[in-house]
Design a protein around this ligand. Structure first.
Ligand code: PMP
Length: 416
């Protein structure tokens, strides 16, 4: 059993200046849209400023002091990511612009080279569009088959169906570790073992996992793992693709250009070693450096403690929202089976109207399909309202959400 300790939330909140601001209606902000993007602490903002103020230069190609410093800072974050996800080697960490770019890199760099007509790619019904559309594009150009592990009514995956779907023709399995729309935690290690038994490559979309609970890429049994900095206190425009070295070495680059070559003649080019092979052009150097500060911040808190706090808040939110008349909560019943995401609807009131009224009370939630339209289709709803939590959220903020929902009911003459 891992020992956890309670987070000092008021101390954490002091690091996030944005949480002190009022919103348009003059009321204090209650930020519950963390599954879309988190806020940034002063430590990350300061690191970005420090980088641009004191060190800024292009990396890998200069002999001057600033370029050497920038390169060291950028490459230092590769090692921080390695430690954060327990990867065997820092060279296996590829910087991208986000989860979407990371998954597309696998689809184009690995998929186009190693998949052909008749091969099967298995994903699930609860994927974010960024883990559906690249595979559909590949299906349309290569003639591969795309199969979906279905979702059960409680938002978890149908594991019996998964056992049947993953078979000898499965060449790749790509699944989310946690649904952004419903919060469902997916048994990735179990799915991974099923795919490995068939010799398939396993891709994990950890966009919602990496920010909220300990991530050990080796324990997941995955070959590729993708996530984004902006959902875990870091800058936008930075993401990670971790891959096993032998797969990274075997696959093709996706983008060609500067920094990813060994040599270029007018006839042909050869590729640089991993990871440069996948980092064509000038990367988001400042963003990566800022991401390093975000990883330091999360590591200092401890990811087990992050998870314990979110479990507590989510459990409270599930109970508190269940008491609001007219609320239907989607997704797994127990907080233990979900991350800090609570998707719901308010009887007879469209989620967009709910979102707008909540904003007038300062409560920021997301209303829509959450880039997971197949989940909405399975639930037979056009959209849901979604509250999602992070390290700085409190029970008082959950109370503010619940009481704003009660006011919404009164305003629309809804359930009471
Ligand atoms: N997958 C999941 C599960 C997500 O929640 C998101 C972001 N909402 C993405 C992928 C895409 O991430 P990004 O927009 O940072 O590329």
């Amino acid at each position: 059993m891992v020992q956890t300790h309670a987070l000092d939330i008021s101390k954490i909140r002091r690091d996030f200046p944005i949480l002190k601001r009022d919103v348009a209606s003059g009321v204090p902000l209650v930020y519950l849209d963390n599954a879309a993007t988190s806020q940034r602490p002063v430590q990350v903002i300061a690191e970005l400023t420090r980088f641009y103020r004191d060190h800024n230069a292009n990396i890998h190609r200069g002999v001057h002091t600033l370029s050497v410093e920038s390169t060291e800072l950028y490459e230092g974050v590769r090692e921080k990511v390695r430690a954060f996800i327990n990867a065997p080697e820092a060279r296996e960490v590829i910087f991208t612009s986000g989860t979407t770019a990371s998954i597309n890199l696998v689809a184009h760099g690995w998929g186009r080279k190693f998949l052909s007509a008749g091969d099967e790619v298995v994903i699930s019904e609860i994927e974010h569009h960024s883990n559906i559309v690249p595979w559909q594009m590949l299906r349309d150009s290569l003639g591969i088959e795309l199969k979906y592990i279905p979702m059960l009514p409680d938002g978890t995956l149908d594991m019996d169906a998964a056992r049947e779907l993953i078979g000898p023709r499965t060449k790749l399995l790509s699944v989310t570790a946690m649904s952004n729309a419903l919060g469902s935690i997916v048994p990735v290690a179990e799915l991974s073992a099923l795919a490995k038994a068939q010799g398939a490559v396993v891709v994990v979309d950890a966009a919602q996992h990496a920010p909220h609970m300990p991530l050990d890429v080796q324990a997941l049994g995955a070959d590729f793992v993708a996530f984004s900095s902006h959902k875990m206190l870091g800058p936008t425009g930075v993401g990670v693709l971790w891959g096993r070295m032998e797969l990274l070495e075997a696959m093709d680059p996706f983008m060609g250009g500067g920094d990813m070559i060994l040599s270029v003649t007018m006839e042909q080019s050869t590729w640089a070693d991993v990871p440069s092979k996948f980092e064509a052009g000038t990367p988001n150097i400042g963003g990566v450096v800022g991401f390093g500060a975000a990883l330091d911040y999360l590591s200092a808190i401890g990811m087990h403690n992050v998870r314990a706090h979110e479990l507590e808040i989510t459990d409270y939110a599930l109970r508190r929202l269940a008491d609001v008349p007219g609320v239907t909560i989607f997704g797994p019943e127990r907080a233990e089976d979900r991350g800090g995401v609570v998707s719901f609807e308010l009887e007879r009131i469209h989620p967009h109207d709910v979102g707008q009224v909540l904003d007038s009370y300062g409560v920021a939630i997301r209303a829509g399909h959450h880039c997971a339209q197949p989940v909405m289709a399975a639930l037979k709803v056009p959209a849901t309202a979604r509250a999602s939590f992070y390290i700085y959220n409190t029970r008082d903020e959950v109370d503010a959400l619940a009481s704003a929902l009660e006011s919404t009911n009164r305003m629309f003459g809804g359930a009471s």
